[in-house]
Design a protein. Structure first.
Lengths: 352, 195, 617
């Protein structure tokens, strides 16, 4: 029995693999590369499935051959080993055959690489993404008020069905921009401009992204969302962003919050259309009420979460003290009421 | 020694390559324009002569002529020291004109590269003096001239590295036009996907 | 009288710890490397277990982000530089002179020096743990995260300096083995009659000589940037390019992985013939494939940089060369399988691990081909898919292969047999645990889990697979416990092994277990690749030589350990200098002087002391 199992080790491994691959389909994830929602992600997945099939065939064949050899040539009393030193034709054959297999894989690879170098459609939307420790900044050149940049953070809003071209920068260390369902990743390197593969999303929806290059202590919590909207919704969003928010009702928490934000937060943060609120150190907060997540994609945008975040970012992310990082405020700098007001104001910034 | 020299080829190769890749990209501060070709030509000649001295030292030892061997060993070490003297003068001048390893890319890459080379020369000088003194107490003699031959291999290698640096960094750097320098830098950078 | 070139007398017949500290005997140095590597294997394994416990549940707060980041940094650094490389060195050291019929390596004191630098460098780096500066920037230390601006603590300094110290030792070992293998083979042993393990050692030695200098330079640049404010990687405003670090690191890093795997391939190539009782199929092709892999290995480094925006030409070129390297690798695998054909296969523990190596390494190689395809890599890079790939080749490959070597040569090294039943238990637990740990990681990568994250959100759907992975990790731990017990028990009470328990064919099996300190009573003349299987092989062991007839062997020396200590302390002095300038400079100056004195002492000291020479002649 032991010998039986021993010689079937490779088969057991293959069976285990098959089980796990089956488990793959049961494992849904909002960041899965197996759920492509754009032309770019789709073509990558096609190549990937093709390569996997080829590799699996090769792997399976080799493992089966190995098992067969182990069974057939296990030591039997009285049967000596054949003293074979080699066989030239076989060597040639198994050098040439893999070359063919690799050529089969190489062709789609090279065509894809060439495809990524092509120009996008003329109505492409250009976005500039800047990586920071530990959040994402997005600029839309030419779409802002007076033809300047529209600036937002952590939630990239784009229209469905149009080519999107993202250029990538970094303000500090190397980050990487990755939203698996839409496009493969490219690194954001300080001092260098990289360009993400042009992609075109199929359906409106919310897609999950995450920084994919170790960038310091809070790397694991540097995430973002891509919010694909219909064309109309996207235009509405752009207009609302540029128009700036309406003044909140006097006497409400939001009104009090507005004063707090102008007095303190605006040193680092900006809100479009609000004079005096143009700090560029931290993420832009325009249309904050429209955002589905806060703190760079890691918490849902609820009032409770927002208050906890504003009060003490360090209770949620391992951000070091000092430098240009957001200070802790609930140590006496702001009281609970002020924090609640600020949260109320921020979430009042909606498209209406 | 050959194995060690193999690794040292990569060592200096990397240093020179880094310098070339960053060529033309210093944002501020002095660059190739600070190099003094006439003076460096003299020091290069001195180092070349030291290699000749090394050959003569080995030849003397192999023929059992201890006096010759000692003379030329000392000459090699002295010529090497003169070279180092020139280097130190050059570095001091550069510092006066505002170029240190901290100044800019040129400063960092050029000074660290030539600094490592100079360190190799200094180690060689120590080695040569040790051999020189060893000829007096019988530890180095005609029978074990291999010891000196190996030191010679090292010394010649260090000299060759200097020839490469002088040619590629000094001559091409100073006489290649600004455009050529930039082109060369960009070409190297482009191949590696840098810059 | 012993000639002294130092203050202390040269040890001629040392005992106990002092004997081990001054040994220049390649067999003892091999044992030192092996024991140290095993210790770090356990340490690195514990670092892995901390990570696995943390990641077994979503949003776990078991360890802090900083601790976790230090764990993955040190797990990687430890396993690569303090486990797999020194384990390979352990085998090179013990076996190569025996396999080529030599009495020691070409430069015995340099050999010891390499070991002490490894030990002191690795202790130096790990010492940072007690200084609250455990490296946490990733084992590949990307700029500019490693600059002073973004890493305030000394963690990066310990990492850089520790690697520099260890690197000197490794490079020296490279020189030693090239010269030993090329110059000290027994009469009749042409290059094409050497055991494949010796060939792989030769290739690895060349790889070390050419791959370590770029790393040394990269580390030197980073040291200058951090200590002296130069501009190699860190001042973006001044034009420096972080990608320069990546290029230099990976020009080293890719050949490094072949340094890690070729010894294991050599071991397997020598284990298979013994347990199939027939020669290795296609010996020249296996050797040639190794050489081709080494060459091509210098041409693929930027496949670690596909996502950095090198441009379509660079991506296409490196994608092609990376695929090309699969060809010689496949050739080796096919030749190993063909060795099984027509054989008489005995399933002893070394053979099981060799078979495990072939299958697991092949799986890892296939996943590597997958991300040689740039398109696929744009999704897989920096995810758990990559983690799965390199663990299949480094653990399923290198570790399984090295373990096969341990089971195979333990009898020769210690004179005792390891327990077969515990060995088989070890194998099965490890195979199951290993696959349970690393197979699900392929899926985790594909469903979007990035690397180097200390936690993940509950709604990501990663938890179930992570629990599987963590369970597997503990099964691996159990297997290692079994292994440790086996070794400890067998060293004391194992069955006596005799000189050739496996009926193997190569020269090391023609001498007693453990060998005399002079290795061979009579230097053999070699007529084939499998000397002990020759029809006219003289398999009767000559008796041990009487003491006055023993060949003169290199004498012990304390200079290697003293010099290694001095170099490490200079590194320590640099770190002290950052905080306390005068104290640091004092340490650097005094240790520097000690180092220079050691070099003179070493050079002037003859390899064999005059006392011994005069007695024997």
């Amino acid at each position: 029995m032991a010998r039986f199992l021993k010689s079937r080790t490779p088969i057991l491994s293959v069976a285990l693999m098959a089980l796990l691959l089956a488990a793959l389909s049961a494992c849904a994830s909002p960041q899965s590369t197996f759920d492509p929602q754009s032309d770019a992600a789709d073509s990558i997945l096609s190549i990937y499935i093709f390569v996997t099939i080829v590799a699996s065939i090769v792997g399976f064949a080799v493992l089966v051959a190995m098992v067969w050899l182990l069974i057939k040539f296990r030591a039997k009393p009285g049967v000596p080993a054949r003293q074979i030193h080699g066989h030239n034709k076989l060597e040639v054959a198994w050098t040439i055959a893999p070359i063919f297999v690799l050529l089969i894989i190489a062709f789609p690879t090279m065509f894809w690489i060439a495809g990524t170098a092509e120009d996008p459609a003329p109505d492409v939307i250009e976005v500039e993404a800047i990586g920071h420790q530990w959040w994402f900044e997005f600029h839309y050149p030419g779409m802002g008020p007076d033809g300047g940049d529209l600036i937002t953070a952590n939630e990239l809003v784009i229209p469905v069905g149009r080519d999107i071209r993202v250029t990538l920068h970094s303000d500090d260390v190397i980050h990487s921009f990755w939203v698996p369902q839409l496009v493969g990743k490219t690194d954001m390197i300080p001092g260098r401009t990289n360009v993400l593969e042009t992609f075109n999303a199929y359906t409106p929806g919310l897609y999950f992204g995450q920084c994919a290059e170790f960038c310091g202590v809070a790397h694991a919590l540097m995430r973002f969302r891509v919010n694909v909207k219909t064309s109309t919704d996207f235009s509405t969003w752009v207009d609302a962003h540029n128009a700036g928010p309406a003044a909140p009702e006097p006497g409400t928490g939001a009104a009090r919050g507005r004063i707090e934000v102008a007095a303190g937060c605006a040193v680092c943060h900006s809100i479009s259309g609000q004079p005096g609120m143009s700090g560029r150190i931290g993420p832009d907060l325009s249309l904050f009420g429209e955002r589905t997540t806060i703190a760079a994609g890691i918490l849902d945008n609820t009032d409770a979460n927002l208050r906890a975040w504003i009060g003490d970012v360090r209770s949620i992310k391992p951000i070091p003290e000092g430098g240009l990082f957001m200070p802790t405020f609930n140590d006496g700098t702001l009281d609970e009421g002020q924090i609640a007001d600020i949260a109320a104001y921020l979430n009042s910034l909606t498209a209406e | 020694m050959w194995a060690f020299l193999g690794s040292d080829v990569l060592f200096f190769g990397t240093l020179i390559a880094t310098h070339l890749v960053y060529r033309g990209q210093s944002v501020s501060g002095p660059a190739e324009n600070i190099l003094d070709i006439p003076i460096t030509s003299i020091s290069t000649f001195v180092l070349l002569m030291s290699s000749l001295a090394m050959v003569l030292a080995l030849s003397g030892l192999q023929r059992g002529k201890m006096g010759e061997a000692r003379f030329w060993l000392a000459a090699t070490a002295l010529l090497g020291s003169v070279f180092i003297g020139f280097q130190m003068y050059e570095f001091a001048e550069f510092a006066n004109e505002g170029l240190t390893p901290r100044t800019n890319l040129f400063g960092s890459t050029f000074l660290i590269m030539t600094g490592f080379h100079g360190t190799h020369v200094v180690i060689g000088i120590f080695w040569l003096w040790s051999l020189f003194f060893a000829t007096f107490n019988g530890k180095i003699h005609q029978g074990n001239s291999l010891e000196v031959e190996i030191a010679g291999l090292y010394w010649h290698f260090v000299d060759i590295v200097w020839i490469v640096i002088f040619g590629v960094v000094y001559l091409v750097g100073a006489y290649g036009t600004e455009e050529h320098v930039e082109e060369a830098g960009h070409a190297a950078a482009a191949i590696l996907g840098l810059g | 009288m012993a000639a002294n070139t130092g203050i202390l007398r040269r040890p001629l017949a040392p005992a106990g710890i002092w004997a081990w500290m001054t040994t220049v005997d390649h067999k003892r140095i091999g044992i030192l490397y092996g024991v140290t590597a095993f210790f770090f294997f356990l340490l690195g394994g514990m670092e892995a277990l901390v990570m696995r416990v943390q990641l077994a549940s979503a949003e776990s707060t078991l360890v802090s982000a900083n601790t976790f980041n230090a764990m993955f940094t040190m797990h990687g650094t430890t396993m690569v530089f303090m486990v797999v490389m020194p384990a390979g060195a352990a085998f090179f050291n013990f076996l190569v002179p025996l396999m080529i019929g030599a009495r020691d390596v070409a430069f015995p004191r340099l050999n010891a020096f390499s070991y002490w630098l490894f030990l002191f460098g690795s202790l130096f780096m790990n010492f940072s743990f007690f200084m609250n500066a455990f490296p946490d920037m990733g084992w590949f230390g990307y700029a500019p995260l490693t600059s002073n601006e973004f890493t305030i603590s000394n963690a990066t300094d310990y990492w850089v300096l520790g690697l520099l110290v260890m690197g000197i030792g490794t490079t020296a070992a490279g020189f030693n083995f090239v010269v030993t293998i090329l110059n000290m083979r027994a009469p009749g042993m042409t290059l094409m009659r050497m055991p494949v393990f010796v060939w792989m050692t030769l290739i690895v030695a060349f790889l070390i000589i050419f791959a370590f200098p770029p790393l040394t330079i990269a580390l030197a640049f980073l040291t200058f940037d951090r200590f002296f404010d130069t501009n190699f990687f860190v001042d973006i405003g001044a034009g420096s390019d972080p990608l320069l670090w990546q290029h230099l690191f990976w020009i080293f890093g890719h050949p490094e992985v072949y340094i890690l795997i070729l010894p294991a391939m050599g071991i397997v190539s020598d284990v298979l013939p013994t347990f199939t009782r027939k020669p290795l199929f296609g010996y020249p092709m296996v050797v040639f494939a190794g050489v081709v892999i080494a060459f091509l290995g210098f041409g693929v480094w930027a496949h670690h940089m596909f996502t950095t925006g090198l441009g379509p030409w660079a991506n296409a070129a490196f994608s092609a060369t990376t695929m090309a390297i699969a060809v010689p690798t496949g050739v080796k695998i096919f030749n190993w399988l063909a060795t099984l054909y027509g054989g008489s296969i005995r399933f002893k523990t070394p053979m099981l691990f060799a078979l495990g190596f072939i299958s697991m390494f092949m799986l890892g190689g296939l996943s590597g081909v997958m991300h040689a395809v740039t398109a696929v890599d744009s999704q897989q890079s920096d995810t758990y898919f990559i983690v799965a790939h390199f663990h299949y080749v480094l653990f399923g490959g290198a570790i399984f292969g090295l373990t096969a070597g341990v089971y195979y040569w333990f009898p020769k090294i210690s004179g005792k047999m390891l327990s077969e039943s515990m060995g088989k238990l070890h194998f099965w637990l490890l195979l199951i645990g290993f696959n349970l740990t690393f197979m699900p990681m392929h899926i985790l990568g594909v469903i979007g889990m990035p690397r180097r994250i200390y936690t993940y959100a509950e709604d990501m759907g990663f938890e179930f697979l992570n629990q599987m992975v963590s369970t597997g990790a503990f099964i691996i731990a159990l297997a290692i416990v079994v292994f440790t017990i086996n070794i400890v028990r067998s060293v004391r009470q194992g069955e006596p092994a005799g000189d050739n328990p496996w009926e193997a064919a190569t020269l090391e099996w023609s001498i007693p277990s453990p060998p005399h300190h002079y290795n061979f009573a009579i230097v053999p003349t070699v007529r084939s690749q499998y000397p002990l299987w020759d029809e006219d092989a003289n398999v009767v062991l000559p008796p041990a030589l009487p003491a006055h007839d023993e060949p003169i062997m290199p004498d012990p020396s304390y200079w290697p350990i003293v010099l290694a200590f001095a170099i490490t302390m200079v590194a320590g002095g640099l770190i002290i200098w950052q905080g306390h300038a005068i104290a640091g400079l004092t340490v650097i100056a005094s240790m520097g002087l000690l180092g220079m004195r050691s070099i003179f002492g070493w050079v002037l000291e003859p390899m064999e002391d005059e006392a011994h020479v005069s007695v024997h002649h």
